[in-house]
Design a protein around this ligand. Structure first.
Ligand code: 6MZ
Length: 370
């Protein structure tokens, strides 16, 4: 028993220590619990929300998909203020870096709020300010940015090797189109993404409550994004809307998130198309998109060597971390450390970052294991 606990602890430590790539993380879903409560208390004191109503919702550990979207509405009230957006961004990046995430693709829905003088543009400025404010680690936003000349640290890794470790995280941003938006608003988001290309924005995500909105509303903006060379990822199959799933797979996005509720024919189509899947284990179980970890489609896709990346989705909302997601993937599906390591490394190829950075990231993986 004690031996098993010791092995388990070592496995958790190892999952934390290895370099990792995060490809599916929503900014506002990744807010620290402590920050969320602090902000909610502030709003409660100012009479903007009733804290007693909100606190149990924040502290509840398991939520259905509809409950998550209720909570997101609260997150949006809390986060619609420039300085808060800046603070959250800084903390989220620092939290991922502390998990040894060496590349983070962070997605967020640009918001406007007239009362706070916030436009989609100013929301994104606040996000960028948050990236600038990160001080625990160096944030690299494009491949032309010159890194500091700080000497990398020498550390001994769990393979027993001496390695050089730099305190650096590459970050790229995806702008999310919320399914509640109109075609015009979705177009605006794509235009904003194009404007912010030099600031680290590399693509577009379609997300939001999966039972809201029509595919035909977003399609013009998604097509436009693709034509302009932005990468596109879609939340696909969180609910069994087979007509939409068909249309999404035909659109051939560069990646899809979740892919839980596909019928047999779409399952075959996904596999033959080799569209990479962003896998969010804890999120899928908590939101009841899959019945249990054992029944998760990860195992089937893994056995077929389908391209996939392990991701967190909303590490604040689901009280998880990327290390924990690796740990549960390893322990649930019986992956060895070598297999998990290769899996982590393969996620580099699925990222939307420039080839030059991909090479640099692959080098970090190789030097770590050597
Ligand atoms: C669909 C999700 C999601 O954009 O305000 N979001 N959309 N399915 C999910 N699975 C649980 N998790 C998060 O981050 C929060 C927003 O991301 C989307 C929702 O639109 C949510 O409001 P941002 O930074």
């Amino acid at each position: 028993m004690a031996r098993k606990m010791e092995d388990d602890k070592k496995m958790r430590e190892w999952c934390r220590e290895i370099p990792k790539i995060e490809l599916h993380a929503h900014l506002n879903g990744s807010i620290r619990d402590s920050t969320l409560l602090e902000l909610a208390r502030g709003l409660g004191e100012n009479g903007i929300i009733v804290l007693e109503d909100v606190e149990p919702v924040i502290l509840k550990s398991s939520r259905t998909l509809p409950e998550c979207f209720e909570l997101f509405d609260l997150y949006h009230i809390i986060a619609t203020d420039h300085s808060t957006v800046t603070r959250i961004t800084k903390e989220v990046v620092e939290d991922f870096a502390s998990e040894n995430v060496i590349y983070l693709e962070l997605r967020t829905t640009p918001k406007h709020n007239e009362a706070k003088g916030m436009t989609k543009d100013s929301y994104m400025k606040a996000v960028m300010q948050g990236l600038n404010n990160v001080d625990e680690v160096e944030v690299v936003l494009n491949s032309t940015q010159t890194s500091s000349n700080e000497e990398p640290e020498t550390v001994i890794n769990s393979f027993g090797n001496e390695i050089k470790q730099t305190r650096k995280i590459h970050v790229r941003i995806l702008l999310s189109i919320d399914r509640r938006q109109t075609t015009e608003s979705a177009m605006e988001t794509v235009d904003l993404a194009l404007k912010l290309r030099d600031s680290g924005v590399v693509g577009i995500d379609l997300s939001g409550n999966p039972v809201v909105g029509q595919w035909s509303t977003f399609l013009p903006a998604l097509k436009y994004a693709k034509e302009q060379g932005l990468s596109v990822t879609l939340h696909c199959g969180e609910v069994p809307n087979q007509e939409e799933i068909q249309a999404m797979l035909e659109f051939q996005p560069e990646r899809v998130g979740h892919a839980c509720c596909l019928d047999d024919s779409h399952w075959k189509l996904l596999k033959s198309s080799k569209i990479p899947v962003e896998i969010c284990l804890t999120s899928n179980v908590r939101t009841e998109c899959v019945s249990s970890l054992d029944d998760h489609h990860f195992a089937d896709l893994y056995n077929e060597m389908h391209p996939m990346a392990i991701c967190t989705d909303d590490c604040g909302l689901f009280s998880t971390s990327l290390s924990h997601e690796y740990y549960i993937a390893g322990t649930t599906f019986g992956l060895s450390r070598d297999e998990l390591y290769d899996f982590a490394k393969n996620a580099v190829k699925l990222s939307f970052v420039e080839d030059k950075v991909k090479k640099e990231l692959l080098k970090i993986f190789d030097s770590y294991k050597r």
